[in-house]
Design a protein around this ligand. Sequence first.
Ligand SMILES: Nc1nc2c(ncn2[C@@H]2O[C@H](COP(=O)(O)OP(=O)(O)OP(=O)(O)O)[C@@H](O)[C@H]2O)c(=O)[nH]1
Length: 308
Amino acid sequence: MSDEQTYRSGFACFVGRPNAGKSTLTNAVVGQKVVITSDKPQTTRTVVRGIVTRPDAQLILVDTPGLHRPRTLLGERLNDLVHTTWNEVDVVGVCFPANEKIGPGDRFLVTELAKARRTPKVAIVTKTDLASPERIAEHLLDIVELGRETGTEWREIVPVSAVKDDQVDLLADLLVGMLPEGPQLYPDDELSDEPEEHLAAELIREAALDGVRDELPHSIAVVVEEMRMRADRPADKPLLDIHANLYVERDSQKGIVIGHRGSRLREVGRTAREQIQALLGVPVYLDLHVKVAKDWQRDPRQLRKLGF
Ligand SMILES: Nc1nc2c(ncn2[C@@H]2O[C@H](COP(=O)(O)OP(=O)(O)OP(=O)(O)O)[C@@H](O)[C@H]2O)c(=O)[nH]1
């Protein structure tokens, strides 16, 4: 078989310290907003996949949570998830933002990653639009050095800017080149295999955290209880009903989420509704309730109920 006929398919994941630009890069590679991004660390809580389907390959991107020291049960589960992911994917891209120096967090992460010995690793310099060429050159040398220190063989080192769409296609080509030969695994039009309920829950959670992350960093969970097209609507005026519960850990947090006379909750609902509509392409009616689930982060039963 000649090279042109070889079809490749497989899995890649981006890792990096919190805020390194992993989600934004996933979106840029896939070309649509499927992963929730934010300008605050550690909001990527679950594995969400973006799927790139090309004539020659299918690349399935898995976005893993930032590696961090386990402080709660939730933290430990996240770390398990991270390690399992690294061993199962075909290639890992490690993101090093160009506007920040390599630090102890990066060293810790790459040392952990080195334990997934068989998985090929690519170093990605992200956010190149935020740094001078001199700074990027220095950064590249630091990454080579970090590879040497940790016994990591970088298959490639690629500078990209997801925001300026610079070298994103090149990165996609390099990743595709590292995938094994294999058939298309998902249908053409699939961008993500996350159930829609899950994407909706993530968007609601993101809207609820906006502006209050310092007060409620990890204390919000969202469960979509019901999501279905409303019956007896005319075909040209569909409406998607979504009933969701937003869980906080304490009564005081409930007050923060709801705001003065419910003003904040209304705003959260409006923002989330618009985002869900944009993502799913159908008008949405969102019914949102705030509930207190005491110390849910430390309680295995609550965690299961909340989908972790
Ligand atoms: N200027 C610039 N900003 C970027 C670029 N990529 C990401 N950012 C910004 O950096 C911040 C963090 O990006 P994310 O994609 O959420 O980072 P992440 O690594 O997924 O973060 P966590 O989910 O916290 O682990 C956001 O404010 C992005 O807009 C880039 O190429 N250029």
